[in-house]
Design a protein around this ligand. Structure first.
Ligand code: COA
Length: 270
């Protein structure tokens, strides 16, 4: 029991830079209190004492703001940071070394009995406010971005953002190496989002702008050739699109780049 408690305290140290000492963690971390009380409630639940188990989980909820159904299966070194507003359903399964932030729901989407809540693999991070709904699988090492609503399974090492959640990186994605490198550089990739994680909407818009830009240049060259050969008399030249792109935020300074540079790496002469 003390071994598990030591593990729990160490996992707070590993994942919360604000943690100062073991005594402070034991006294002031509601995530730790909720996990300890859940262990007792889960044991009661497994031994058939369902009502006392529910009562104990309600007491935990009253003091911590974290609602964990006593039937939920939770692995080792589970850490809930901040805690308030977390809901974990009865048939949820959480692997070892997972981290949740405040406002996370591991909920169901149906009123049918049976498995209706998610299963989280090892080392999953679910960002603040995210909702993971239904009997879906979240693969080992996956990261769920803050406020994402995930209703479909996520592959191993996948990163999901948005509503509904979209996978923006997976273990087969070459960018996952960059994520691993960044996580190594900054330490634990807190909140499930590394600082240079791509914004898929901005990326898509910037790629379209690149294409429009290249098409403009080609049209311009063709129009000039037509003018030179006297085929058209006058061609109205359009304004340039330079500067229309969505500026990425610089990872270190937190400031916008002054001008958008061609993110797709396509040369204008293409
Ligand atoms: C919105 C909701 C009612 C839809 O249920 P449904 O009719 O069974 O819908 P499906 O699961 O078939 O999904 C239909 C589409 O909506 C999307 N979708 C589902 N739930 C969504 C949500 N909450 N937000 C955004 N999109 C959602 C799905 O991705 C799917 O998109 P696709 O057609 O492009 O693949 C349900 O998913 C939901 O969010 N229920 C609330 C559950 C909840 O709050 N539980 C908490 C328990 S503690």
């Amino acid at each position: 029991m003390f071994e598990r408690l030591r593990e729990d305290i160490n996992s707070v140290f590993d994942r919360d830079p604000a943690a100062r000492n073991a005594f402070e963690i034991v006294i002031t971390y509601p995530g730790l209190h909720a996990v300890l009380l859940h262990r007792a409630a889960h044991a009661l639940w497994l031994h058939g004492y369902k009502l006392p188990a529910r009562m104990l989980s309600n007491v935990a909820r009253l003091f911590t703001g974290i609602e964990i159904h006593p039937g939920a299966q939770i692995g080792r070194r589970f850490f809930i940071d901040h805690g308030m507003g977390v809901v974990i359903g009865e048939t949820a399964v959480i692997g070892d070394d997972c981290t949740l932030y405040h406002g996370v729901t591991l909920g169901g989407t149906s009123w049918q009995k049976g498995k209706r809540h998610p299963t989280l693999g090892r080392d999953v991070v679910v960002g603040a406010g995210a909702k993971v709904l239904g009997p879906i699988d979240i693969g080992e090492g996956a990261r769920i971005g803050s406020n994402a609503v995930v209703v479909k399974s996520v592959p191993r090492s996948g990163t999901v953002v948005g509503v509904p959640g979209r996978v923006i990186e997976s273990s087969t994605d070459p960018t996952s190496q960059r994520r691993a490198d960044t996580a190594k550089r900054i330490g634990f990739d807190a909140y499930g989002a590394v600082r240079d994680a791509p914004d898929p909407v901005a990326n898509a818009i910037n790629r379209m702008l690149d294409h429009i830009h290249i098409m403009d240049r080609r049209m311009e060259a063709m129009s000039r050739a037509l003018e030179e050969h006297g085929i058209t008399r006058h061609f109205e030249h359009l304004d340039d699109l330079d500067g229309c792109g969505i500026d990425p935020v610089l990872p270190d300074s937190g400031q916008s780049k002054q001008a958008y540079t061609n993110t797709t790496g396509m040369a204008e002469s293409e």
